[in-house]
Design a protein. Structure first.
Length: 149
């Protein structure tokens, strides 16, 4: 969902998005959307919960950009993909590396250097978008190493 903040205030919001797969864009006029919200209070609560999750993610991303190195930001992204796994993990990058670099606030060259730097903590990149993590716990410790001192 894009532009949901506009459902709760009357201000104009400038938005942009990158479409990663086939998508359908649907514009819902404000009166129709407000009527739907009034008719379905559960939907309104669901939207607010979704916005809260996104806000928390954005706050974390801002903190990561300020406090973490490029390799630590990449490691955090890989940990999110690994979810709550322990031990070894095999991952598939969901985005092309150029877009991933932009999402992590770095140049594509920095992403490549960060990926090479993560080899020291057991991260291997094979052809294109496959990532192997030898030990998820080691990678997790790496993401907070400098912040604990």
């Amino acid at each position: 969902m894009l532009g949901e903040a506009g459902a709760f205030d009357r201000h104009r919001h400038s938005l942009s998005a990158d479409v990663l797969r086939d998508a359908r864009l649907v514009r819902i006029p404000r009166p129709a959307f407000e009527a739907a919200l009034a008719a379905a209070p559960d939907f309104r609560l669901h939207m607010l919960a979704h916005m809260a999750v996104r806000l928390n993610r954005l706050v974390r991303q801002i903190g990561d950009l300020k406090l973490k190195t490029g390799p630590q930001r990449l490691a955090g992204f890989l940990l999110d993909l690994a979810e709550r796994r322990h031990g070894a993990a095999s991952l598939h990058l969901p985005y092309e590396k150029r877009l991933l670099a932009r999402l992590l606030g770095m140049a594509p060259e920095s992403l490549s250097r960060s990926l090479k730097g993560l080899q020291a903590v057991g991260v291997q990149s094979s052809r294109g978008d496959q990532i192997m993590i030898s030990n998820v716990e080691d990678l997790r410790r790496f993401t907070v190493a400098d912040q604990m001192s």
